[in-house]
Ligand binder design. Structure first.
Ligand SMILES: Cc1cc2nc3c(=O)[nH]c(=O)nc-3n(C[C@H](O)[C@H](O)[C@H](O)COP(=O)(O)OP(=O)(O)OC[C@H]3O[C@@H](n4cnc5c(N)ncnc54)[C@H](O)[C@@H]3O)c2cc1C
Length: 447
């Protein structure tokens, strides 16, 4: 049977289209041979088996908001996971479909007294499965967790077409509640960018929605180091500590956003906020406003809740209609901050000199590491910063003591070479889980 017909037999002809295209948020065009929308895990497995038989490459696709070129440019079958969005409960553990968009998912969890403790600092249409595949360690909530800490296992369809569970659910008949116990494969899928398996469901630990106080202010550039040092010391008090400096307002220094939290009461959150504010001011920050968000906040009903998202759900479409994004992000230990700062500022300066109209330097603080990203927006019709202009900057950052925030096709080979013997172990795992190499063809990490 021809590939298209076999895919139709696997998921129903209505859910297969020839030659689907996707322009990702960086403006990169990806042309797929087929666009397939399976309904559930069994259909994902059937698609993988069909592609394996036909030696056709597969690219799992979420919302296409990744800007570091993780998807192949042509030829692969796009595995669109948007129909895998159901939510089931195993006790208090929420098992959500990989295609669930993070903002509606957060609302569903809140209705049950929980919340999605971490999500990208974006519009909320990015998918849960992609948060696992790209190892989300940046954005809103990273003061309390990383994606690896927030989950207790995943369900994955391997490149061999087999369904595999990680965490406690790896043992037949045991529900997902814990990652630890036996050596746990979950970590191997974090950051694998779909190269080891297609994430189909994710088990989320129950985390009660906290009360939050949003402190907003400014930090002059010369006080940044002191405020970052304070953020590190205060780690248990907040879920998000963000410092952003925008090209258009460069001279004003950094905008400061700190969400102070309490899992217990509004009163405790308020008391903590007073203390955090006092110490921020001592470190040289200017705090301009303080606003409370209830643990029961709901989208569209609470301005403070909505303020945690970059814009309305679907705002991504408005963004991509006018601009494309160029980004470079890394994670580092706090000790690397002094080396990172000049490199990040120099990148924004170079973008300014090239005529980039919008660029934002963002620092997100976690208890154990700092995430920094430089995100430029360039107009669709004129591009002062084509992707290749970033290449020397990726080289420069690769020479620092950092780990890349997602690899895709953006980083130079030197970053991969630095993975040493571990890389061969990863390749062996890939051969085991994806014997024909159908998943994410051409992705340097797995090639
Ligand atoms: C304005 C803006 C702000 C952003 N801020 C942040 C931020 O703060 N933190 C952050 O982490 N990211 C951020 N991002 C990047 C991006 O939104 C996230 O990384 C997001 O998680 C990607 O989700 P997606 O559904 O769009 O995935 P896609 O772009 O569709 O896919 C990303 C990668 O994941 C793989 N993949 C997708 N789904 C699966 C699956 N089910 N199984 C296996 N592999 C899969 C794809 O093959 C691809 O390699 C931002 C992006 C924008 C545009």
């Amino acid at each position: 049977m021809a590939l298209g017909a076999a895919l139709g037999a696997a998921v129903g002809a209505d859910h297969v289209e020839p030659r689907g295209g996707l322009r990702d948020v960086s403006g990169r065009e990806c042309n797929f041979s087929w666009w397939v929308r399976p309904a559930d895990t069994a259909e994902v497995a059937a698609v993988v088996r069909v592609c394996r038989e036909h030696r056709a490459g597969i690219a799992p696709v979420g919302s296409g908001t990744a800007y570091w070129a993780p998807l192949p440019e042509s030829g692969a079958v796009a595995l669109d996971l948007s129909r895998l969005e159901g939510l089931e409960w195993e006790g208090r553990v929420a098992v959500a479909g990989a295609g669930a968009a993070v903002r509606p998912l957060d609302q569903q969890l809140r209705a049950a007294g929980g919340h999605l403790a971490l999500h990208p600092d974006a519009f909320g249409d990015t998918t849960l499965g992609a948060m696992v595949a790209t190892a989300c360690t940046s954005g809103i909530g990273m003061g309390v967790t990383t994606i690896g800490e927030a989950i207790c296992g995943v369900e994955v369809v391997t490149g061999a077409g087999e369904v595999l569970f990680t965490g406690s659910a790896a043992r037949t008949g045991v529900p997902p509640f814990l990652r630890e116990g036996v050596p746990d494969l979950t970590g191997c899928f974090l950051g694998a960018e779909g190269g080891l398996g297609v994430v189909t469901r994710v088990a989320l630990k129950h985390r009660p929605a906290p009360w939050r106080i949003h402190l907003r202010g400014r930090v002059l550039a010369e006080r940044l180091g002191a405020v970052v040092g304070l953020g590190r010391a205060l780690a248990a008090a907040y879920d998000t500590f963000r410092l952003t400096r925008s090209l258009g307002r460069w001279g004003e220094g950094y905008a400061l956003d700190v969400w102070v939290i309490s899992a217990f009461s509004a009163r405790e959150a308020a008391e903590r906020a007073v203390e955090v504010e006092r110490r921020l001011v001592e470190a040289g920050a200017m705090v301009e406003s303080r606003a409370a968000e209830s643990a029961r906040a709901r989208a569209g009903k609470s301005p403070e809740y909505d303020a945690r998202w970059t814009g309305p759900l679907g705002g991504l479409d408005l963004f991509t209609a006018r601009a494309r994004m160029r980004g470079l992000d890394v994670n580092a230990a706090y000790e690397a901050f002094d080396a990172l700062l000049p490199a990040a500022e120099a990148l924004v300066e170079a973008q300014r000199a090239a005529g980039v109209p919008e660029s934002r330097l963002a620092w997100y603080l976690a208890p154990d590491f700092v995430n920094v990203g430089v995100h430029a927006s360039v107009p669709l019709n004129a591009d002062p910063w084509p992707a290749e202009r970033s290449a020397p900057w990726f080289e420069r950052f690769a020479a620092l003591p950092v780990v890349p925030y997602r690899l895709g096709r953006s980083w130079s080979p030197s970053m991969l070479e630095g993975l040493g013997a571990g890389r061969e172990a990863l390749r062996a795992l890939r051969r085991q889980l994806d014997p024909d190499g159908v998943l994410q063809p051409g992705l340097p990490l797995w090639s």
